[in-house]
Design a protein around this ligand. Structure first.
Ligand SMILES: [Zn+2]
Length: 85
């Protein structure tokens, strides 16, 4: 528990205060507002998911797709070479 200046009006407020008693700013003790934090965490999650999807997608494309192609191609030609381009 400590007092910090409100990020909006510099009024001394507790770090755990939900709103500034002087100007009403939300989370006055934090550098950024809750909305900004939510937006940032949303963007971070989006980047993480896109990265995972990118890795997962390329993994599927490089690993599963050739197997599927091989499996699909099998009935037409059993003599097909193992390493197809
Ligand atoms: Zn304030």
């Amino acid at each position: 528990m400590s007092l910090v200046p409100c990020r909006a009006c510099e009024h001394r407020v507790d770090t755990s205060a939900l709103a500034c008693p002087q100007c009403g700013a939300t989370d006055p003790g934090k550098k950024i507002s809750r909305q900004q934090r939510n937006a940032i965490s949303f963007v971070v999650q989006l980047i993480v998911w896109l990265t995972l999807l990118g890795y997962g997608g390329s993994y599927l494309w490089n690993t599963v797709a050739p197997m599927v192609r091989q499996y699909v191609a099998k009935p037409q030609s059993d003599q097909a070479p193992a390493n197809r381009p």
